[in-house]
Design a protein around this ligand. Structure first.
Ligand code: GLV
Ligand code: GLV
Length: 355
Protein backbone atom coordinates (compact mmCIF):
# COMPACT_ATOMS: atom_id res chain seq x y z
CA UNK A 1 0.00 0.00 0.00
CA UNK A 2 1.08 3.52 -0.86
CA UNK A 3 -0.76 5.22 2.01
CA UNK A 4 -0.41 4.43 5.70
CA UNK A 5 -3.66 4.58 7.64
CA UNK A 6 -3.87 4.02 11.39
CA UNK A 7 -6.94 2.96 13.34
CA UNK A 8 -6.53 3.53 17.06
CA UNK A 9 -8.96 0.67 17.78
CA UNK A 10 -10.13 -2.54 16.26
CA UNK A 11 -13.65 -1.93 14.88
CA UNK A 12 -16.52 -4.30 13.99
CA UNK A 13 -16.83 -5.86 10.53
CA UNK A 14 -14.39 -6.28 7.68
CA UNK A 15 -15.83 -3.96 5.04
CA UNK A 16 -13.91 -0.95 6.34
CA UNK A 17 -10.67 -2.93 6.27
CA UNK A 18 -11.21 -4.19 2.74
CA UNK A 19 -12.16 -0.73 1.49
CA UNK A 20 -8.84 0.67 2.66
CA UNK A 21 -6.70 -2.23 1.50
CA UNK A 22 -8.31 -2.32 -1.95
CA UNK A 23 -7.53 1.38 -2.36
CA UNK A 24 -3.80 1.22 -1.87
CA UNK A 25 -3.68 1.69 1.89
CA UNK A 26 -1.54 -0.08 4.42
CA UNK A 27 -3.72 -0.35 7.49
CA UNK A 28 -2.36 -0.51 10.99
CA UNK A 29 -4.82 -1.35 13.75
CA UNK A 30 -3.62 -0.59 17.26
CA UNK A 31 -3.65 -3.67 19.47
CA UNK A 32 -2.91 -1.86 22.75
CA UNK A 33 -5.01 -3.50 25.48
CA UNK A 34 -5.84 -0.41 27.52
CA UNK A 35 -9.22 1.09 26.69
CA UNK A 36 -8.30 4.77 26.44
CA UNK A 37 -5.21 5.85 24.54
CA UNK A 38 -3.28 8.89 25.69
CA UNK A 39 -2.00 11.63 23.40
CA UNK A 40 1.50 10.12 23.76
CA UNK A 41 0.23 6.66 22.75
CA UNK A 42 -1.33 8.13 19.62
CA UNK A 43 1.75 10.18 18.72
CA UNK A 44 3.72 6.92 18.81
CA UNK A 45 1.13 5.30 16.54
CA UNK A 46 1.26 8.16 14.05
CA UNK A 47 5.04 7.82 13.80
CA UNK A 48 7.02 9.47 10.98
CA UNK A 49 4.62 8.78 8.15
CA UNK A 50 0.88 8.59 8.40
CA UNK A 51 -1.67 9.67 5.80
CA UNK A 52 -4.80 9.36 7.90
CA UNK A 53 -6.16 8.23 11.26
CA UNK A 54 -9.43 6.71 12.38
CA UNK A 55 -9.86 7.62 16.04
CA UNK A 56 -12.32 7.27 18.89
CA UNK A 57 -14.43 9.61 21.00
CA UNK A 58 -12.38 8.71 24.09
CA UNK A 59 -9.31 10.40 22.58
CA UNK A 60 -8.28 14.02 22.90
CA UNK A 61 -7.83 15.23 19.33
CA UNK A 62 -6.40 18.68 19.91
CA UNK A 63 -3.53 20.76 18.54
CA UNK A 64 -0.84 18.35 19.76
CA UNK A 65 -2.19 15.39 17.80
CA UNK A 66 -3.06 17.36 14.68
CA UNK A 67 0.44 18.87 14.68
CA UNK A 68 1.93 15.37 14.92
CA UNK A 69 -0.36 14.03 12.19
CA UNK A 70 0.39 16.95 9.90
CA UNK A 71 4.14 16.53 10.46
CA UNK A 72 3.79 12.88 9.44
CA UNK A 73 2.12 13.98 6.18
CA UNK A 74 -1.40 13.26 7.37
CA UNK A 75 -4.37 14.91 5.68
CA UNK A 76 -7.37 13.17 7.24
CA UNK A 77 -8.85 12.25 10.57
CA UNK A 78 -12.22 10.62 11.22
CA UNK A 79 -13.88 10.16 14.55
CA UNK A 80 -15.80 6.89 14.71
CA UNK A 81 -18.77 8.76 16.21
CA UNK A 82 -21.34 11.33 15.27
CA UNK A 83 -20.36 13.55 18.21
CA UNK A 84 -17.00 15.28 17.89
CA UNK A 85 -16.66 17.31 21.06
CA UNK A 86 -13.35 15.44 21.55
CA UNK A 87 -12.02 17.01 18.34
CA UNK A 88 -10.66 20.54 18.03
CA UNK A 89 -11.78 21.20 14.46
CA UNK A 90 -10.08 24.62 14.37
CA UNK A 91 -6.76 23.04 15.29
CA UNK A 92 -7.28 20.42 12.58
CA UNK A 93 -7.98 23.15 10.03
CA UNK A 94 -4.89 25.04 11.13
CA UNK A 95 -2.75 21.96 10.45
CA UNK A 96 -4.50 21.17 7.17
CA UNK A 97 -6.19 18.01 8.41
CA UNK A 98 -9.78 17.31 7.31
CA UNK A 99 -12.13 15.97 9.97
CA UNK A 100 -14.93 13.48 9.45
CA UNK A 101 -17.65 12.01 11.67
CA UNK A 102 -20.18 9.21 11.21
CA UNK A 103 -23.76 10.52 11.27
CA UNK A 104 -26.78 8.85 9.72
CA UNK A 105 -25.92 5.21 10.33
CA UNK A 106 -26.46 5.50 14.08
CA UNK A 107 -29.66 7.54 14.11
CA UNK A 108 -32.19 4.75 14.58
CA UNK A 109 -29.97 2.60 16.79
CA UNK A 110 -29.33 5.49 19.18
CA UNK A 111 -32.98 6.53 19.22
CA UNK A 112 -33.93 2.93 19.98
CA UNK A 113 -31.68 2.94 23.05
CA UNK A 114 -33.21 6.22 24.24
CA UNK A 115 -36.65 4.62 23.76
CA UNK A 116 -35.49 1.47 25.62
CA UNK A 117 -34.28 3.54 28.56
CA UNK A 118 -37.54 5.51 28.55
CA UNK A 119 -39.59 2.32 28.81
CA UNK A 120 -37.22 0.72 31.29
CA UNK A 121 -37.45 3.79 33.52
CA UNK A 122 -41.23 4.16 33.16
CA UNK A 123 -41.83 0.52 34.06
CA UNK A 124 -38.93 0.13 36.52
CA UNK A 125 -37.61 -2.86 34.64
CA UNK A 126 -34.08 -2.90 36.02
CA UNK A 127 -35.28 -2.52 39.61
CA UNK A 128 -37.85 -5.28 39.10
CA UNK A 129 -35.27 -7.58 37.51
CA UNK A 130 -32.99 -7.09 40.52
CA UNK A 131 -35.91 -7.90 42.81
CA UNK A 132 -36.58 -11.19 41.01
CA UNK A 133 -32.93 -12.21 41.00
CA UNK A 134 -32.61 -11.42 44.70
CA UNK A 135 -35.37 -13.95 45.37
CA UNK A 136 -37.67 -11.29 46.83
CA UNK A 137 -40.76 -12.06 44.77
CA UNK A 138 -43.21 -13.92 47.00
CA UNK A 139 -46.45 -13.29 45.11
CA UNK A 140 -48.39 -10.76 43.02
CA UNK A 141 -49.36 -7.56 44.79
CA UNK A 142 -51.39 -4.55 43.62
CA UNK A 143 -48.60 -2.18 44.65
CA UNK A 144 -45.64 -4.09 43.26
CA UNK A 145 -43.46 -1.99 40.94
CA UNK A 146 -46.17 0.37 39.84
CA UNK A 147 -44.75 2.70 37.17
CA UNK A 148 -45.95 5.25 34.61
CA UNK A 149 -48.26 4.77 31.63
CA UNK A 150 -46.76 6.60 28.67
CA UNK A 151 -49.90 6.75 26.53
CA UNK A 152 -51.41 10.21 26.66
CA UNK A 153 -48.39 11.66 28.48
CA UNK A 154 -46.05 14.19 26.92
CA UNK A 155 -42.62 13.36 25.58
CA UNK A 156 -40.17 16.25 25.55
CA UNK A 157 -37.25 16.32 23.16
CA UNK A 158 -34.38 18.74 23.55
CA UNK A 159 -32.47 18.87 20.28
CA UNK A 160 -34.62 17.62 17.40
CA UNK A 161 -31.87 16.67 14.96
CA UNK A 162 -31.70 13.28 13.35
CA UNK A 163 -31.56 11.30 16.59
CA UNK A 164 -33.97 13.45 18.59
CA UNK A 165 -36.52 13.39 15.75
CA UNK A 166 -36.26 9.60 15.35
CA UNK A 167 -36.77 9.18 19.10
CA UNK A 168 -39.76 11.55 19.06
CA UNK A 169 -41.31 9.60 16.20
CA UNK A 170 -40.86 6.31 18.08
CA UNK A 171 -42.43 7.62 21.27
CA UNK A 172 -45.33 9.37 19.53
CA UNK A 173 -46.19 6.54 17.19
CA UNK A 174 -45.30 3.63 19.45
CA UNK A 175 -46.87 4.92 22.65
CA UNK A 176 -49.29 7.61 21.52
CA UNK A 177 -47.50 10.32 23.46
CA UNK A 178 -47.93 14.03 22.78
CA UNK A 179 -44.78 15.85 21.71
CA UNK A 180 -43.16 19.04 22.89
CA UNK A 181 -39.74 19.82 21.45
CA UNK A 182 -37.12 22.50 21.67
CA UNK A 183 -34.64 23.15 18.92
CA UNK A 184 -33.18 26.25 17.31
CA UNK A 185 -34.50 24.90 14.02
CA UNK A 186 -38.03 23.91 13.26
CA UNK A 187 -38.49 20.23 12.45
CA UNK A 188 -41.23 20.43 9.83
CA UNK A 189 -41.01 16.77 8.99
CA UNK A 190 -41.57 15.82 12.62
CA UNK A 191 -44.47 18.24 13.00
CA UNK A 192 -46.11 16.89 9.86
CA UNK A 193 -45.68 13.35 11.08
CA UNK A 194 -47.35 14.01 14.43
CA UNK A 195 -50.17 15.94 12.74
CA UNK A 196 -50.83 13.11 10.30
CA UNK A 197 -50.69 10.48 13.02
CA UNK A 198 -53.04 12.56 15.17
CA UNK A 199 -55.52 12.71 12.27
CA UNK A 200 -55.25 8.95 11.82
CA UNK A 201 -56.00 8.33 15.49
CA UNK A 202 -58.89 10.75 15.43
CA UNK A 203 -60.38 9.10 12.35
CA UNK A 204 -60.28 5.85 14.30
CA UNK A 205 -62.13 7.32 17.25
CA UNK A 206 -59.04 7.68 19.43
CA UNK A 207 -57.63 10.66 21.27
CA UNK A 208 -55.32 12.40 18.76
CA UNK A 209 -51.68 13.08 19.59
CA UNK A 210 -50.48 16.69 19.49
CA UNK A 211 -47.22 18.54 19.00
CA UNK A 212 -45.78 21.82 20.15
CA UNK A 213 -42.52 23.55 19.35
CA UNK A 214 -41.45 25.16 22.62
CA UNK A 215 -40.05 28.66 22.61
CA UNK A 216 -37.62 27.79 25.39
CA UNK A 217 -36.05 24.75 26.93
CA UNK A 218 -37.67 25.50 30.27
CA UNK A 219 -41.08 25.11 28.67
CA UNK A 220 -40.15 21.52 27.76
CA UNK A 221 -38.79 20.79 31.22
CA UNK A 222 -41.93 22.08 32.90
CA UNK A 223 -44.47 20.38 30.66
CA UNK A 224 -43.03 17.03 29.66
CA UNK A 225 -43.38 13.73 31.51
CA UNK A 226 -40.48 12.06 29.71
CA UNK A 227 -37.59 14.22 28.54
CA UNK A 228 -34.80 13.04 26.28
CA UNK A 229 -31.67 15.07 25.63
CA UNK A 230 -30.25 15.12 22.09
CA UNK A 231 -28.19 18.30 21.70
CA UNK A 232 -24.55 18.42 20.65
CA UNK A 233 -22.19 19.17 23.53
CA UNK A 234 -20.66 22.62 23.35
CA UNK A 235 -20.30 25.67 25.58
CA UNK A 236 -23.99 26.47 25.23
CA UNK A 237 -25.21 23.01 26.29
CA UNK A 238 -22.74 22.32 29.12
CA UNK A 239 -24.80 21.67 32.29
CA UNK A 240 -28.01 22.47 30.45
CA UNK A 241 -29.62 20.30 33.12
CA UNK A 242 -28.57 21.65 36.51
CA UNK A 243 -29.96 22.19 40.01
CA UNK A 244 -32.21 25.03 38.88
CA UNK A 245 -33.58 23.38 35.77
CA UNK A 246 -34.15 20.06 37.59
CA UNK A 247 -36.24 21.92 40.14
CA UNK A 248 -38.65 23.06 37.41
CA UNK A 249 -39.36 19.50 36.23
CA UNK A 250 -42.32 17.40 37.33
CA UNK A 251 -41.64 15.36 40.47
CA UNK A 252 -42.40 12.13 38.59
CA UNK A 253 -40.67 13.02 35.35
CA UNK A 254 -38.26 10.73 33.52
CA UNK A 255 -35.01 12.12 32.14
CA UNK A 256 -33.01 10.31 29.45
CA UNK A 257 -29.49 11.20 28.31
CA UNK A 258 -27.92 9.47 25.32
CA UNK A 259 -26.04 12.57 24.13
CA UNK A 260 -22.96 13.59 26.14
CA UNK A 261 -22.46 13.41 29.90
CA UNK A 262 -21.54 17.06 30.57
CA UNK A 263 -24.94 18.21 29.27
CA UNK A 264 -26.14 17.18 32.75
CA UNK A 265 -24.68 18.42 36.04
CA UNK A 266 -24.37 14.92 37.47
CA UNK A 267 -23.74 15.99 41.06
CA UNK A 268 -26.95 18.04 41.01
CA UNK A 269 -28.73 15.09 39.39
CA UNK A 270 -27.68 12.66 42.16
CA UNK A 271 -28.98 15.11 44.75
CA UNK A 272 -32.24 15.51 42.85
CA UNK A 273 -32.67 11.73 42.60
CA UNK A 274 -32.17 11.46 46.37
CA UNK A 275 -34.72 14.17 47.10
CA UNK A 276 -37.27 12.92 44.57
CA UNK A 277 -37.65 9.13 44.68
CA UNK A 278 -40.34 9.18 41.96
CA UNK A 279 -38.08 11.03 39.53
CA UNK A 280 -36.27 8.55 37.28
CA UNK A 281 -33.38 8.71 34.87
CA UNK A 282 -31.88 6.56 32.14
CA UNK A 283 -28.27 7.45 31.39
CA UNK A 284 -26.00 6.18 28.64
CA UNK A 285 -23.35 8.87 29.14
CA UNK A 286 -21.59 10.38 32.16
CA UNK A 287 -19.78 13.54 33.04
CA UNK A 288 -16.45 11.85 33.86
CA UNK A 289 -16.74 8.79 31.71
CA UNK A 290 -16.00 5.99 32.49
CA UNK A 291 -16.71 7.07 36.09
CA UNK A 292 -19.99 7.95 37.77
CA UNK A 293 -20.33 10.75 40.29
CA UNK A 294 -20.52 9.45 43.86
CA UNK A 295 -23.88 7.96 44.78
CA UNK A 296 -25.29 7.62 41.27
CA UNK A 297 -24.64 3.87 41.09
CA UNK A 298 -26.60 3.30 44.30
CA UNK A 299 -29.75 5.11 43.21
CA UNK A 300 -32.68 2.78 42.54
CA UNK A 301 -34.34 5.47 40.42
CA UNK A 302 -31.42 5.58 37.98
CA UNK A 303 -30.70 3.19 35.12
CA UNK A 304 -27.11 3.38 33.93
CA UNK A 305 -25.57 1.78 30.85
CA UNK A 306 -22.00 2.17 29.48
CA UNK A 307 -22.30 4.46 26.42
CA UNK A 308 -23.87 1.80 24.20
CA UNK A 309 -26.46 3.87 22.33
CA UNK A 310 -24.91 3.21 18.91
CA UNK A 311 -24.05 -0.41 19.74
CA UNK A 312 -25.96 -2.47 17.19
CA UNK A 313 -23.94 -4.67 14.86
CA UNK A 314 -25.25 -2.97 11.72
CA UNK A 315 -24.59 0.51 13.06
CA UNK A 316 -21.11 -0.18 14.40
CA UNK A 317 -20.09 -1.75 11.09
CA UNK A 318 -21.61 1.24 9.33
CA UNK A 319 -19.72 3.70 11.52
CA UNK A 320 -16.44 1.89 10.85
CA UNK A 321 -17.18 1.93 7.11
CA UNK A 322 -18.02 5.63 7.11
CA UNK A 323 -14.92 6.48 9.12
CA UNK A 324 -12.77 4.55 6.61
CA UNK A 325 -14.52 6.29 3.69
CA UNK A 326 -13.92 9.68 5.29
CA UNK A 327 -10.19 9.06 5.56
CA UNK A 328 -9.96 7.36 2.19
CA UNK A 329 -11.99 10.09 0.51
CA UNK A 330 -9.62 12.79 1.64
CA UNK A 331 -6.51 10.81 0.74
CA UNK A 332 -7.96 10.07 -2.69
CA UNK A 333 -9.31 13.57 -3.22
CA UNK A 334 -13.04 13.01 -2.66
CA UNK A 335 -15.00 15.25 -0.32
CA UNK A 336 -14.93 14.34 3.36
CA UNK A 337 -18.10 14.25 5.35
CA UNK A 338 -17.66 16.75 8.12
CA UNK A 339 -20.96 18.51 8.15
CA UNK A 340 -22.99 16.88 10.92
CA UNK A 341 -26.22 18.30 9.57
CA UNK A 342 -25.82 17.18 6.02
CA UNK A 343 -28.32 14.60 4.87
CA UNK A 344 -26.88 12.13 2.44
CA UNK A 345 -29.41 10.15 0.40
CA UNK A 346 -27.19 7.09 0.55
CA UNK A 347 -27.11 7.17 4.32
CA UNK A 348 -30.76 7.84 4.93
CA UNK A 349 -31.86 6.32 8.20
CA UNK A 350 -34.68 4.57 6.36
CA UNK A 351 -32.37 2.79 3.95
CA UNK A 352 -32.26 -0.98 4.35
CA UNK A 353 -29.14 -2.45 5.97
CA UNK A 354 -26.53 -3.89 3.59
CA UNK A 355 -26.95 -7.59 2.79
C1 GLV B 1 -21.35 8.20 20.18
O1 GLV B 1 -21.46 8.65 21.28
C2 GLV B 1 -21.29 8.99 19.01
O2 GLV B 1 -21.19 10.22 19.10
O3 GLV B 1 -21.32 8.40 17.93
C1 GLV C 1 -27.09 14.70 16.06
O1 GLV C 1 -26.05 14.60 15.44
C2 GLV C 1 -28.30 14.02 15.64
O2 GLV C 1 -28.19 13.23 14.70
O3 GLV C 1 -29.37 14.25 16.27
Amino acid sequence: GKYRVVSTKSMPGTRWINLLIEQDCRLEICTEKKTILSVEDIIALIGDKCDGVIGQLTEDWGGTLFAALSKAGGKAFSNMAVGYNNVDVNAANKYGVAVGNTPGVLTETTAELAASLSLAAARRIVEADGFMRAGLYDGWLPHLFVGNLLKGQTVGVIGAGRIGSAYARMMVEGFKMNLIYFDLYQSTRLEKFVTAYGQFLKANGEQPVTWKRASSMSEVLQEADVISLHPVLDKTTYHLINKESLATMKKEAILINCSRGPVVDEVALVEHLKQNPMFRVGLDVFEDEPYMKPGLGEMKNAIVVPHIASASKWTREGMATLAALNVLGKIKGFPVWHDPNRVDPFLNENAPPPA
